[in-house]
Design a protein around this ligand. Sequence first.
Ligand code: GLC
Length: 438
Amino acid sequence: MYQFNEEEYNARMTWYRDARFGMFLHWGLYSIPARGEWVRSVEQMPEEEYMPFFREFSASRFDPKKWAKEAKAAGMKYAVMTAKHHDGFCLFDSKYTDFKATNTPAGRDLVREYLDAMRSEGLKVGLYFTLLDWHHPDYPHYGDWNHPMRNHPECGNEERDFERYKEYLYNQVEEIVTNYGKLDILWFDFSYDWLKGEAWGATKLVNMVRSHQPEVIIDNRLEASGEGHGSLYYCDPKPFHGDFESPEQIIPPQGVRNVKGEPIAWEACFTMNNNWGYCANDHYWKPASMLIRKLVECVSKGGNMLLNVGPDGYGAFPPESSAILSEIGRWMEKNSESIYGCTAAWDIPKPDYGRITRKEGTNTYYVHVFENTVGPLPLTGFDRDRIESVRALSDGHEIRFADGFMVKDYPEIAFADLGPDPVLPDQTDYVLKVTLRG
Ligand code: GLC
């Protein structure tokens, strides 16, 4: 029987807290209609209208090695892919359903290929697994909050047996955690209405998962969704407690603290445009410079960032996503030291011009300058007498203190002299490494 144990918890969370940056992957049949992964629900589409995509799904440009290389080059340390999304279609070879990739023209287990490719690039691997299932006959249809047939009284639930559905869920999760080697993350999605915790058979499910995968990190959506907290937050861990909170499409304004006020693990997941699944008409891409700053923001508040890519119906990354990833990678190449193994600088307030991260358990801080100041840059919050050195992180060069007349009125503040050019060498985020004595 699994029970929360703080020591074991901290041990399994170590790599994850260090990693800070991962890739979310939403890919499935819905990538062909290309109107987002909720297309069946949003358009209340009967399954017959969805089946052409099943007969067509070829994965002809699915190249997981390329995915893995792009994730790695962007500086991501882990990836989480949808083994099954709400439509019920499985990218893995499940013996409990025919609605799976092996029965499409793709004809193979795509989860296995993804896992192999990610692992061979040295990335930690995760699978997303939906708790909902719009394909399964025993899942509530009529009157459900999100089922495509929710408004069809003729799809009533009298004959549906939720116990049978729970068994199906259990069996498939068991396949996932026993047939594919070590999984680093299991990302369940999501609880709503009465469907929460034990309604999913969560204790039994997690006991089974942890008996096969004692070190796997599980999200909090067996008890919550993109909103709401898990029982770790309430300092009352249930056997199916999430290991981290999973705020969605938002960065918590002040990080996440439990009810006792202690910082806890969280991961903000968000999209590069406005959709998780591939959406051909969604061109609202977040610029790479913005995403770099958001990554820094997450770390400066003690969290992780899981950034989504929605490959197209053939399995290729949208060119915009690839371009964004490589631009993030160029910044990470020089500055990832200020991300990995870093957390909030709890003792130093956020400066006007940017953010601060701190290498966990050390005297090393990273001052992220998003916007230059007029004249020398005040290292506010730092005890001037304790500063041993300041270096530009990108090339290691010495940054000296300014001592002109203009700083004389602020003797308690150390000012960094960034030179005569008012334009920052890196206009996205110029990072100063500040080392303190003692
Ligand atoms: C939501 C959606 C879903 C997406 C997930 C990612 O809960 O149901 O489509 O996969 O968020 O966090």
